[in-house]
Write a protein of this length. Sequence first.
Length: 323
Amino acid sequence: MTGAAPIEVRGLGKRYGEILAVDDVDLTVESGDVFGYLGPNGAGKTTSLRMMLGLIRPSAGSVRLFGRDPQLSVAALEGVAGFVEAPCFYPYLSGRTNLELCAALDGPDDGAPARIEEVLEIVGLRDRATDKVGGYSHGMRQRLGIASALLRQPRLLILDEPTTGLDPGGMRDMRQLVRDLAARGITVLLSSHLLAEVEELCNRVAIVRRGRVAYEGSLAELRRAAGLSYRLRTTDDERARRVLAAQSGIAEVSDLSNGGLVFKAAGEGAVAELSLALVESGALVLELIPRQATLEDLFFQLTEDGATATPDDVAAKIAQVPV
Ligand SMILES: Nc1ncnc2c1ncn2[C@@H]1O[C@H](COP(=O)(O)OP(=O)(O)OP(=O)(O)O)[C@@H](O)[C@H]1O
Ligand SMILES: [Mg+2]
């Protein structure tokens, strides 16, 4: 089973009464991925991660971690670590003592004391290790959570919104820590509702909405599929608007608050034809500036209508040609 992907989820579902918290989710996390599980509040991220960690039972579908089912045996969690929501520790004990207790749970191990020092170093808590956890900041507790996960020398780390609630400095440190762990060869799946964070950290992403995956793939592919939007300013924007509306390959025309128009184009050919049509109409071009669609633009498109999208679907949606 050594060749099996770190995470393979098929048809995963979880129902709480009327609420379908997770609905038919498929995803594959490959070795070496930093995989972003991105969605707004209530999208089903924590519920999905709980099922992946074997903490709750799916209503439908399956999870495989390196080919093994965490529902069938805790052995499936060998090499896997993580936490959902906030990690829990004894507040009246020190960070180091909490880690000693965590290590003891995995059975006697002569290497544990050295590893505790190593993980404290990795997460930057060495000099606060003797302080009581009750006096730790939220960010320090998150880092201690990662330290306890690292004790198990995981090949796969599953983290639920690891930067939520941290100040900008804490977020930066946590992201750097995730990058460092990935550089050590640990595969990471992290959930987030922050596009910029996922864009910065992750090579692959699943965008979830109301329990369903709206997009799964690489960010580069998603950005490429999004194509270009353009900002246009002319000598006569009223006339330009009419030209845009009549032009094939031009879509989603809207006004900018400070004057000018934005639109999306099916390709550069459509933009070239548009510029000619504008000149012929007498609306002379003052500015025509391409802008790469942000992940945020895409996120709203994907999560508003709830459809499952491939990069081709996204491209088709963005390049809709007005009739
Ligand atoms: N134990 C539970 N009992 C009933 N409903 C639940 C339970 N756990 C989650 N839900 C519901 O499932 C849906 C998904 O919740 P979940 O916590 O997975 O979302 P999330 O994406 O992690 O959101 P957030 O960004 O706020 O953490 C929500 O509607 C939530 O109310
Ligand atoms: Mg959550």
